[in-house]
Write a protein that binds this ligand. Structure first.
Ligand code: ATP
Ligand code: MG
Length: 362
């Protein structure tokens, strides 16, 4: 199925990823229609149309679905039942399967393991007693995470000693299970990593896959701070195994669009951390640093168009996130004529909030 330029792309989610997707869509001659619960936001400001509605509100979702030619999403924490209903009458790309696997941490880890990938030792936990048992089994240091709805390190707590377990359970909000088959939280052994990196690929509707160069990612306080290319040689040495794993996952899922997998580089090789069935913060540098950006290729993929080349346009690229007050430094950033400044147009500056990013080439 080809969705030709001129058609309307529905994007579920109104944040900066939706904004950059809508900009890429406009460049290719598409209109974008955003579904988001907020009154306005980074994506609605650059889109042709939008529907205000909650992600679990079927009536809004139906109206949105009827107004668009294909639907994609900029984040994975949407209600799968509502989205499945949408998929009944408008193409949803990536599909519900990609969404189901990536929105629940145990699913994504099992998916990577089935494909032969290594993960940090982990256990699902339902209550403080199960957590205490899991801490005994895995040992410390460990990290407790909510199984769903986590982002930017939110919904996580460190467990350095056994005694920290109860406090960690409280800190992540002691969530209740979603349903009888799912656990609210997951305990992971803390990985002693050399570096973090991600594999960003795009799989077209015809099954063709392009893979961008591997960025080395540095996080601060659980939030991505910088992505740098090329990654250091010790990281690059592990990239090809990680790329093969990510490609296998994309093929297994019949994924259409960008898929991002996050990895730890360790002395024992790459360890899969998590995946996102979408464009990713560690791929923002592709806007200026690659022949085709992750945003453009995602739009091309979901519309059934051929994918663009993912090669680097210069040997070195660096992306830095502007978090909270960082964005107030826009004058200083622009004093470097080679800096590409991106601001997301978020009204309110809050600590830890992603307000924009800067990319430097060369
Ligand atoms: P994102 O913003 O990427 O969606 P997230 O909140 O979903 O992040 P993770 O990517 O799992 O959560 O964790 C955020 C960061 O915390 C990681 O990039 C890494 O720096 C650190 N971290 C998470 N899990 C582990 C682990 N098992 N061992 C060591 N560090 C970890
Ligand atoms: Mg992550």
């Amino acid at each position: 199925m080809i969705v030709a330029p001129g058609a309307t792309i529905g994007i579920v989610g109104g944040g900066q990823l939706g904004r950059m997707l809508a900009i890429a869509a406009a460049q290719l001659g598409y209109r974008s229609h955003i579904l988001s619960p907020e009154a306005s936001g980074p994506a609605t400001e650059v889109a042709a149309a939008w529907t205000r509605g909650d992600y679990d509100d079927w009536e809004s979702m139906r109206r949105f679905g009827e107004a668009v030619d294909v639907v994609t999403y900029e984040f994975e924490n949407v209600d799968p039942h509502t989205v499945a209903g949408l998929a009944g009458f408008v193409p949803l790309r990536p599909s519900c399967l990609s969404l189901d696997v990536s929105r629940y941490r145990p699913n994504e880890k099992q998916c990577a393991e089935r494909m032969g990938g290594a993960t940090a030792p982990w256990r699902t936990v339902r209550d403080p007693a199960e957590l205490a048992a899991a801490v005994d089994q895995l040992g410390t240091p460990a990290i407790l995470k909510t199984c769903m709805f986590g982002y930017d390190g939110k919904g996580q707590a460190r467990i350095d000693r056994r005694e920290d377990a109860d406090g960690a359970w409280q800190a992540i909000g002691a969530p209740s299970p979603q349903d009888a088959n799912s656990a609210p939280a997951i305990l992971e052994k803390r990985v002693d990593f050399l570096a973090e990196f991600s594999v960003i690929l795009c799989r077209g509707a015809d099954g063709a896959i392009v893979v961008w160069d591997t960025p080395e990612n540095v996080h601060r306080g659980g939030i991505l701070d910088t992505s740098t290319l090329p990654a250091r040689p010790e990281v690059l040495a592990q990239a090809s195994a990680a790329v093969e794993l990510a490609k296998g996952i994309a093929e297994q899922l019949g994924h259409i669009g960008v898929l991002t997998c996050e990895f730890f580089a360790t002395v024992d090789g790459p360890i899969f951390n998590e995946m996102a069935p979408r464009v990713h913060n560690s791929g923002h540098w592709t806007i200026e640093g690659a022949v085709t950006s992750q945003f453009e290729n995602h739009i091309r993929a979901i519309c059934g168009l051929p994918l663009g080349d993912a090669g680097l346009v210069v040997p070195k690229v660096r992306m830095k996130n502007l978090i909270g007050e960082d964005a107030a430094r826009w004058r200083e950033i622009l004093s470097d004529p080679c800096a590409h400044l991106h601001l997301y147009g978020k009204g309110e500056t809050r600590p830890g909030r992603k307000m924009g990013h800067v990319t430097w080439l060369g």
